[in-house]
Design a protein around this ligand. Structure first.
Ligand code: SAM
Length: 278
């Protein structure tokens, strides 16, 4: 089993950028996922990999004062951003955040949640059977899981032009002296793999759907920054720190070829999976 992304490369700046940049992207897919999961009044919801917590806050509004939301994330800096924002707003007595990892939810009560939600997180989890086992443990029988994630590109595994441009930049010297270790970035699953994972973990799939998704980056630099913040620093973590500024420039130079009058339009896919714990 590959080790997965590192949790050691986040920073205050990346966490702050993520909160700002995700507001018009991941937050939007998250709200749609919460609606598809039919999160309702009075429910106890666990938001796994909550990041800076915008979605958890939205879900707290959906469940109301009789419900409860716990947002967990292994990155302490992102949890700090979430806690600081909620404290400043002075609302949401039904919302809490804590540092926590999908691979070990043993500190949470068994069958203590009605729904578990993962928005833009599942592709960051290297050991999916283990994580799904943890989610099954904290969900009550009949509880629901909702996942919105990035599947592999449909076209025979070919990379999307944005990722291709970034990879080409890293294939040039001096960056190619430091290849990214295999398995240290995303691990994506397609619809069939998701269905099989659900079944093996004791979830009855109620929706497994792949649909197009579009992201627009205003500039090449914005595309790089978005990728760095969303990957909590893993985009360039395999390079020595002193090479990272040049790597950002090299990626941006390649991405410039993809600029249109509307910016860089990144067409991709989104996999939404909803299941019920048997
Ligand atoms: C792209 S962000 C998504 C954040 C948030 N769910 C949202 O919708 O904005 C990916 C998140 O997955 C989290 N993550 C990575 N590995 C994780 C793990 N093992 N357990 C839980 N969360 C994890 C990261 O810390 C990061 O906050």
């Amino acid at each position: 089993m590959a080790g997965g992304p590192s949790l050691a490369h986040d920073s205050d700046a990346l966490a702050a950028d993520y909160e700002r940049l995700s507001a018009s992207r991941q937050f939007e897919t998250g709200k749609r996922l919460a609606a598809a999961l039919a999160v309702g009044a009075g429910e106890r919801v666990l938001d796994v990999g909550c990041g800076t917590g915008l979605l958890a806050e939205h879900i707290a509004e959906r469940v109301g004062s009789t419900g409860h939301v716990l947002g967990i994330d292994p990155l302490p800096l992102r949890i700090e951003v979430a806690q600081a924002r909620v404290k400043k707003e002075g609302t949401h007595a039904n919302l809490a955040f804590a540092v926590g990892d999908a691979n070990d939810l043993g500190a949470l009560p068994a069958a203590g949640f009605d729904a578990v939600i993962l928005n833009a997180v599942f592709h960051w989890l290297p050991d999916k059977p283990r994580a799904l086992g943890q989610f099954a443990h904290v969900l009550r029988p009949g509880g629901r899981i909702g996942i919105s994630t990035r599947p592999p590109n449909a076209a025979g595994g070919a990379r999307h032009p944005v990722y291709e441009a970034m990879a080409r930049a890293m294939a040039e010297p001096p960056f190619n002296r430091y290849p990214r270790p295999r398995g240290s970035f995303v691990s994506q699953v397609d619809a069939d793999e998701m269905r099989a994972l659900f079944e093996a973990a004791g979830f009855a799939p109620t929706l497994i759907e792949v649909s197009p998704s579009v992201q627009v980056h205003a500039t090449p630099e914005a595309a790089v920054r978005f990728s760095e913040a969303s990957s909590f620093g893993n985009l360039l973590a395999h390079l020595p720190a002193e090479l990272r500024p040049a790597a950002r420039d090299a990626m941006a130079a390649r991405l410039a070829a993809l600029m249109t009058p509307d910016g860089i339009v990144q067409q991709g896919l989104r996999l939404v999976a909803i299941g019920t714990r048997r």
